[in-house]
Design a protein around this ligand. Structure first.
Ligand code: TMP
Length: 204
């Protein structure tokens, strides 16, 4: 028995967490065994790494350390949580995954994309999502939803976040079979309907 692995991606404030939770609740209501987690996070060790990554006090963190810490958090959650759940035939819904590192550290910070892909393969032992929902929202609309006290990544410049969003579009063009672009609608329910239509194809 093999489960399905669905990831949600997008720039800040795109509504990813709300939409991924709505999908999780929907699957649970339908009696489908599912788990929900976020990245970085999803278990004790990865949540601790998340705290280090997002702490505004860690101003001196270098790009290589940042990228490797995202990978370390991912390696832990893949091995401890995601792979076992997939083995049990569950649907795993993950708020962010490797595409985030490609978009934020690769396209955003200018780190080598092929190196990140290689390290991603190593950290996840080659695990790829069955489907990735990229929630596409104009940058200015998304950044409006940012909290007043922004974390270390959120507080980066508008041009950084623009590179991240453009990076996601590049990734979607490279893998149109896996990454589906969903335009964020004003009504949350309308966006969710579009997502559910895509999920149907996975036959879960
Ligand atoms: P979240 O706010 O969506 O929970 O994500 C945490 C922050 O970490 C968000 O600003 C995006 C960033 N991030 C990266 O920069 N690289 C990554 O690989 C991941 C998973 C998240």
């Amino acid at each position: 028995m093999k489960g399905k692995f669905i990831t949600f991606e997008g720039s800040e404030g795109c509504g990813k967490s709300t939409q991924s939770r709505m999908l999780y609740d929907f699957l649970k209501r339908r009696g489908r065994k599912s788990i929900y987690l976020r990245e970085p996070g999803g278990n004790k060790i990865s949540e601790k790494i998340r705290d280090i990554l997002l702490d505004r006090k860690n101003k001196s963190m270098v790009a290589v350390a940042e990228m490797l810490l995202y990978m370390a958090a991912r390696a832990q959650v893949v091995s401890q949580v995601i792979r076992p759940a997939l083995k049990e035939g569950k649907v795993v819904i993950c708020d962010r995954f490797l595409d985030s590192t490609l978009a934020y550290q690769g396209y955003g910070l200018g780190m080598d994309i092929s190196l990140i892909k290689q390290l991603g393969k190593f950290s996840t032992s080659g695990l790829n999502p069955d489907l990735t929902i990229f929630l596409d929202l104009p940058l200015k609309k998304g950044l409006r939803h940012r909290r007043i006290l922004k974390d270390r990544i959120e507080q980066r410049s508008l041009s950084y976040h623009r590179r991240v969003l453009e990076g996601y579009h590049k990734l979607a063009r490279q893998e149109p079979g896996r990454i589906k672009i969903v335009k964020v609608e004003n009504d949350k329910k309308d966006t969710q309907e579009k997502i559910r239509a895509l999920i149907c194809r996975l036959k879960i």
